[in-house]
Design a protein around this ligand. Sequence first.
Ligand SMILES: C[C@H](O)[C@H](O)[C@H]1CNC2=NC(N)=NC(=O)C2=N1
Length: 95
Amino acid sequence: MSANVLSTAEITQCLTQIPGWDVKDGKLQRQFQFDDFVTAFGFMSSMAIVSESMGHHPEWFNVYNKVIVDLTSHDAGGITQKDFDWAKQANKIAA
Ligand SMILES: C[C@H](O)[C@H](O)[C@H]1CNC2=NC(N)=NC(=O)C2=N1
């Protein structure tokens, strides 16, 4: 069962809870910058495990110490609470 797509007002409200994230091209996006490649890859490894347990997976791009993450819920056709739950976990792990 897919979660509900959030309204623009709900998204604006939820964005206040996750520093660094914004909506770009209809997806929740953040660019993370780490000290080096190993730290960036460690973040991706941790979030890979979180993603598996949530059944929710990112679109992401890594080059050296940067990880750009785009989140959307394909099954629901937009941004859902699941995307925000993933983003919150990512902020915790990157902190
Ligand atoms: C069956 C499985 O749960 C679905 O394909 C999940 C997997 N991970 C997913 N991840 C994301 N980001 N969006 C989805 O709609 C999605 N669907």
